[in-house]
Design a protein around this ligand. Sequence first.
Ligand code: OAD
Length: 244
Amino acid sequence: MMGCMKDIQNIVILTGAGISAESGVATFRGPDGLWEGHRVEDVATPEAFARDPALVQNFYDERRAKLQTVQPNAAHQALAKLDAKWPGDLLLVTQNVDDLHDRAGSKRLLHMHGELNSVWCRFCDGRSAFEGQLASTPACPRCSQAGYLRPDIVWFGEMPYQMERIEAALVQCDLFVSIGTSGAVYPAAGFVQSARYHGAQTLEMNLDPSEGSFHFHESRMGRAGDLVPGWVEGLLREVGDERV
Ligand code: OAD
């Protein structure tokens, strides 16, 4: 079991596709190894985009449109409550490209794999908020050039965003919590080892043991919507935050 919560000031939370599963967003690694019928190398690499841009744009256009039909669940809401009430440092690092943490109200939030609702213009190198369809080759909202926008998503072979900020938070954290991720994709899969090396308590909440499950001090198995709200309430109670 975890050590004394009173010693915890700084928290880093890593989330993956599992936290959005109960909202109806598909996870990446289904039992068939496919991502909604596609091999990841056919839709989530720069090479795939160069080979067949229409296929890749359509794939992400569909995922972006789907966001309009889903809502944050109890796990997203609980993490937003923790963010609002936690007096120490807190950083929520999500691998998810959906906007459910944002819509639940999390503020100290970082999308390390990019966002469906953002586009990146390869002409002006600018990033813009975007909710439409890229398959129709719209003009860049910044520079007005058409045909240069791509999803602002970190593909395999590309560098995740804000790694320096994440590493600094991992060094400082007293508690590292991983929720709904299979632990199959680095560098995120290695965060538990970094945090633990620097002395953090480590907790995993997932439907089934992740690939790096044995690295955690404690693993709780179940659905995020069932586990996360209770964990947040317990944490806020233990630190005796009278604003809870
Ligand atoms: P995965 O699909 O690999 O793993 C999702 C994890 O969530 C699995 O371990 C499931 O058991 C678990 N899970 C499913 N339903 C759950 C629930 N209701 N509650 C809790 N856990 C549940 O997704 P990620 O680990 O997020 O990268 O994948 C990591 C990265 O691989 C993604 O960010 C994406 C992908 O390629 C990019 O797109 C760059």
